[in-house]
Design a protein around this ligand. Structure first.
Ligand SMILES: Nc1ncnc2c1ncn2[C@@H]1O[C@H](COP(=O)(O)OP(=O)(O)OP(=O)(O)O)[C@@H](O)[C@H]1O
Ligand SMILES: [Mg+2]
Length: 1137
């Protein structure tokens, strides 16, 4: 089990001054001494840590100690700076409150050490990781760099901070450091050129000369010997316990870690070397003829080397040390500098160079350590500002430093003493006011805008006319004379007139920490902080990039005639900003106390400590703390924080927060004198009560954690169980479904089986029934059919009988009607005959009557004449009618009007014939000779073939073309036509029938007046030429074929080759033309045309009978010729052809 500790355990003296009994200044000091003697350097006043400088290293900053104090309650362990750092860090991390650690105390009290301890503790406890460690390392390593350039040995402190430093460390929401920002305040630059007795210049000069390698020194044109440099005081060059050489290595290493480039480090060292070189430049007076004193540089070697280091033209700098140019509006006046002015210019340049280098270093470090992330940061500010100091000779710098300390004391008073007391009053807590010294009056003396010392100084600096430190003091003497904290020999306040400890050129201020005598010498100059423009312009001309950067006002293009703000004004403004910044944060105080003036361990100079205890207001602090309450908190967060300690307030308190807190306190049985209820806050008197609450809360949190764990585990198990249950149900459901499905299938099949059996049995039963019913129905139908048949037959018979009867009736009726009709016909005929006879008789009788009546008027032959006349009349009518109805003139028209009277029959026909002949004659008379020949040919053809050959009728409508081959025009037959010579009457392609097989060979058939020529169809070569005279006859069939045989006269020359059996489509034309041509040959018998279906053809020796037969179409519609035997060629002519 963990052992709970308390700061009360093994306590030496009293760990918290609040618990000191009895409380007096002596007991307070005794307690401090007692603890100091026992190496307990830290003591609390409530939450304020008092730290007494041990001047030796104590084993209380080990990593084990860090672990010991980590996450522990403030009052749990013996007082330590780590407890404060831990408290601040945790409330920053857990409660999201920005923190500031205010470390105060006089020079050498251990502020810088304390700030480093706080930073190293926070670095040790905050998050880890590569990136975080790098940030931490950079933040920590910024200290050695700044200390080397900004710290120096003073009579009070071997490592005295000569600048103010405020560092904001930025953290993310997890409490991991992200980066930081350093602000620096007024470096004591006068130290660069002059150090008081027993003090040193800034560490870096000594470190560089001691620690740099020979090579580096050579490059920087430096020598290791300190005594070679005017700016380095000799009497305290070596400091006990300080290893400058080792420190130089540390600084270089730190610069590397922080992120300085090698060339940047080189530039920085060059500037440091340049300052040393600058100090060695000396001037000698030189009188000019006009009586003015000028200065000349004694030995230009250092100037040359410095110029080489910075890349400045020597002559430019030399001139800048000899002349001063004053520019006012459009005027420019150059004056020579005397030796004192030259030294002043040199020192001003050195101081400026160094301060600007220092500010550049801070900016450069800030660049490296600045937080990268843009997220909201939590900030912990650590303020380590130069401590209150009183030297023998205090100048402007001390005035400024002490002013800053006054402000810090002010803020301490504001936040601890006044604010606390005011809060009690505000909250209505019973309170007896505790008196304390409020230093606001001193702050006002210094910073008041109208009549504050700084305002006076500024006024003097800006005033036209002669301004000196004396005029400034005069002004102070007039304005501040009445101020109770201002003292001066010459002030109107006569009480200091005889105070010889107060020289004429000084004034004294009664600071909160004691009286300080300030020598006014240099106040105006230092406040003006002027650097001759010639010097800044000379620096700007340097080729060294860093130095150029440090003197931007030297840029001739940007000449600014406006005065820069004074040093005092700047400092006041930056201190104002710092104070406002600190007020926004939660303050944590470390009040450092210096135990002795000898920087020695184990010495506790009571008077010195008493003085510090007094001016730091520590006794008042304890009193306020003791009279008041150690802890306060608004009701809401208090209830929120501790509500789990009481069942009634946990987990929700419905009423007002105050009542909740009251319930809580009653429930926890906290003694009523341990706390008070304010208007909005609860005030807890003793830290232990708070500790008790915290402890209970921690236990409760553990219980709650256990409860949460329990519930979570329960929930987790339950969730798992529910999930298992759910899945089990799912599995079961699926299984049941599966089983039921199987069972169902089984039952279903069984049911189906039973059902099918039942249905089968039922069906069969039904079938039997249906069959029986069907049979019954069939039987009924049959019976009905038979019955209907019987009935039908009976009906049929009846109907037939009826029909027969009807028919008989009809027949009888018809017979009877016939008889009636015949009788009627006979009667009608008889009647008609009788009527006709009556008519004839009537006519005869009428004729007779007429003749009898008119006989007497007519001669004996009148009858004949009437008759003739009637006949004439009829004829006239007939002819006229014929004339009007004459048929058309076409010879082929067959129309002829009908005859009106039978007796005209003969005349009528004769007239028709005559008309036709006349019409034909008319038609013929219109013929041309050619047409006549054609018709003659056609007539001849008709005579030859009409009614003799079946082919004839189809030829009637075909005109006889004659030359079907256009032999004379066709170039193919040119040779043939020239061979024939005579006029071709007919040219056609015919088939020459081969006797051997009855097949035809195409030949050109030409008919001239004298010859028949057969020629090859393709070549046009004449195969045979038969004179017409040699032709005996032509044989053709009676059928519709185109076969014809040219039979040659026996004994003629042509007969040797035998007859020709040919076939042509134009048979009628060929034969007609042949017949006509043959007939026109004068001495020629007419060519015989033999038309018969069987004729003989003489093929060479043999005679072959060609027999034409009518038959069904075989080879389509064409005529086929086949050889039957040697003597017979059968020609089948289709009947349709
Ligand atoms: N906690 C400590 N343990 C050991 N030595 C300490 C401690 N605090 C301070 N010192 C010693 O005291 C010296 C002076 O301390 P420090 O530099 O912190 O003083 P300071 O208050 O910053 O003074 P200044 O105002 O002049 O800067 C240190 O150099 C160191 O030797
Ligand atoms: Mg310091």
């Amino acid at each position: 089990m963990e052992v709970k500790t308390s700061l009360l355990d093994n306590m030496i003296g009293v760990g918290d001054m609040v618990l000191l009994e009895p409380l007096s200044e002596d007991s307070f000091l005794e307690n401090l001494r007692n603890r100091f003697d026992h190496n307990e350097i830290y003591t609390y006043i409530g939450s304020v840590v008092i730290s007494v400088n041990p001047y030796r290293s104590l084993p209380i900053y080990t990593p084990d100690k860090v672990e010991e104090y980590r996450n522990r309650n403030f009052y749990e362990l013996s007082p330590h700076i780590y407890a404060l750092a831990d408290e601040a860090y945790r409330s920053l991390r857990d409660q999201d409150k920005d923190q500031c650690i205010l470390i105060t105390g006089e020079s050498g009290a251990g502020k810088t050490e304390a700030s480093k301890l706080v930073m190293s503790y926070v670095a040790a406890v905050c998050g880890k990781g590569q990136e975080v460690n790098k940030v931490k390392e950079q933040l920590l390593q910024s200290n050695p760099v700044l200390e080397a350039f900004g710290n120096a040995k003073t009579v009070r402190n071997d490592n005295s901070s000569r600048f103010g430093k405020y560092m904001d460390i930025e953290f993310d929401f997890k409490g991991d450091p992200l980066g930081g920002v350093i602000s620096n305040y007024l470096l004591e630059k006068s130290r660069v050129v002059k150090q008081p007795r027993g003090e040193r210049n800034f560490h870096i000069f000594y470190q560089l000369l001691s620690g740099a390698s020979d090579d580096t020194l050579k490059k920087l044109k430096l020598e290791r010997d300190f005594s070679k440099y005017n700016y380095l005081s000799l009497d305290s060059a070596a400091v006990n316990g300080l290893d400058d050489a080792a420190s130089f290595r540390t600084v270089r290493n730190a610069m590397q870690i922080v992120g300085f480039m090698e060339d940047e480090m080189q530039s920085v060292l060059q500037l440091v070397a340049a300052v040393l070189k600058l100090g060695n430049i000396e001037f000698k007076p030189e009188s000019r003829c006009n009586g003015t004193d000028e200065s000349r540089i004694k030995d230009k070697n250092d100037l040359k080397e410095m110029c080489e280091l910075l890349g400045i033209e020597q002559s430019v700098l030399e001139r800048a040390f000899s002349y001063r140019t004053v520019e006012a509006k459009l005027e420019k006046v150059s004056t020579t500098l005397n030796v004192a002015q030259a030294y002043y210019a040199r020192d001003a340049l050195a101081k400026n160079l160094y301060t600007r280098l220092f500010s550049w270093l801070v900016t450069r470090i800030n660049e490296s350590i600045k937080a990268q992330a843009n997220a909201r940061h939590k900030v912990m500010g650590v303020l380590d500002i130069y401590g209150f100091e009183i030297f023998e000779d205090n100048s402007f710098e001390q005035f400024i430093i002490n002013y800053c300390n006054e402000k810090l004391q002010q803020i301490f008073i504001e936040l601890t003493l006044r604010e606390e007391q005011e809060e009690y009053v505000r909250e209505g807590i019973e309170w007896t006011n505790i008196e304390y010294f409020n230093n606001a009056i001193i702050c006002d003396l210094i910073e008041n805008n109208q009549n504050g010392i700084l305002a006076m100084l500024d006024e003097e600096c800006l005033r036209p006319g002669t301004v000196t430190d004396e005029t400034f003091l005069d002004k102070l003497n007039t304005i501040c004379a009445e101020h109770q904290h201002f003292e001066s020999r010459l002030s109107k306040n006569s009480k200091f007139l005889n105070d010889h400890s107060l020289p004429h050129s000084c004034f004294r201020i009664q600071h909160y920490a004691g009286k300080v005598l300030y020598r006014t010498e240099g106040f105006v100059d230092k406040n003006n902080d002027l650097l001759y423009r010639d010097l800044s312009q000379a620096m700007y001309k340097a080729t060294h990039s860093l130095i150029k950067q440090l003197f931007p006002e030297g840029n001739p293009a940007k000449v600014n005639l406006k005065r820069p703000p004074t040093a005092g004004f700047q400092f006041k403004a930056s201190v104002g900003t710092l104070m406002r910044n600190l007020q926004t944060k939660n303050p944590n105080y470390i009040r450092c106390i210096k135990p002795n003036d000898k920087k020695a361990s184990h010495i506790f100079t009571e008077s010195l400590v008493r003085h510090q205890v007094r001016y730091l207001g520590l006794m008042e602090n304890v009193r306020v703390r003791r009279a008041g309450y150690a802890f306060r908190q608004p009701y809401e967060p208090c209830l929120e924080r501790y509500k789990m300690l009481c069942k009634r307030t946990w987990p929700h308190w419905r009423g007002p927060a105050r009542e909740g807190v009251e319930t809580l306190m009653v429930d926890l049985q906290v003694p009523t004198d341990e706390f008070s209820y304010g208007r909005s806050k609860i005030f807890i008197r003793n830290p232990r009560t708070l500790f008790f609450l915290e402890e209970r809360r921690r236990q409760c949190l553990e219980d709650l954690a256990t409860l949460i764990q329990k519930i979570y585990r329960g929930w987790k198990r339950r969730t798992e169980f529910l999930q298992l249950k759910k899945s089990q149900i799912v599995v079961a459901a699926w299984y049941r479904r599966f089983a039921q499905q199987k069972k169902y299938v089984k039952i279903k099949s069984a049911t189906t089986m039973v059902q099918s059996y039942t249905r089968g049995w039922q069906a069969r039963k039904l079938l039997r029934e249906l069959k029986y019913q069907k049979r019954c129905k069939e039987a009924v139908t049959t019976i009905a059919a038979y019955w209907h048949g019987t009935q039908a037959r009976m009906e049929l018979r009846r109907l037939k009988q009826e029909a027969r009867n009807k028919h008989a009736v009809t027949v009888i009726w018809a017979y009877w009607q016939g008889t009636k009709a015949r009788r009627e016909l006979r009667r009608l005929k008889e009647e008609a005959r009788r009527k006709h006879a009556v008519a004839v008789i009537w006519a005869y009788w009428q004729g007779l009557k007429v003749r009898r009546e008119y006989r007497k008027f007519f001669r004996a032959n009148a009858g004949k004449k009437i008759y003739e006349f009637t006949i004439q009349r009829i004829m006239q009518k007939y002819f006229l009618g014929l004339k009007h109805n004459m048929p058309p003139m076409s010879p082929i028209d067959k129309n002829w009007p009908a005859r009106p009277y039978r007796f005209l029959d003969g005349v009528h026909k004769e007239l028709q014939r005559i008309f036709h002949l006349w019409r034909c004659k008319k038609y013929r008379s219109r013929f041309t000779e050619e047409k006549k020949a054609v018709y003659e040919e056609k007539l001849e053809a008709s005579e030859i073939f009409k009614d003799k050959k079946a082919l004839y009728s189809s030829s009637v409508s075909q005109p006889f073309k004659g030359d079907y081959l256009e032999i004379s025009k066709n170039p193919k037959y040119q040779k043939l036509s020239s061979a024939v010579e005579e006029k071709v009457l007919l040219a056609d392609v015919v088939n020459k029938i081969n006797r051997a097989n009855g097949k035809g060979t195409a030949r050109i058939f030409l008919l001239t007046k004298k010859n028949v020529v057969l020629a090859d169809q393709k070549t046009g070569q004449v195969k045979a030429s038969v004179p017409l005279l040699d032709l005996a006859s032509v044989s053709v069939s009676t059928l519709s074929d185109g076969f014809f045989a040219l039979r040659l006269k026996q004994g003629s020359a042509s007969a040797i080759k035998g007859d020709f059996l040919l076939s042509s489509e134009h048979l009628i034309e060929i034969i007609t033309k042949l017949h006509r041509t043959g007939a026109t040959a004068a001495d020629q018998d007419q060519l015989n045309i033999d038309i018969s279906d069987e004729f003989l053809v003489q093929f060479k020796q043999d005679k072959v009978c060609v027999k034409f037969m009518r038959g069904a179409a075989r080879n389509g519609n064409s005529v086929s010729c086949k050889r039957k035997n040697n003597r017979l060629l059968e020609v089948w002519v289709p009947t349709t052809a």
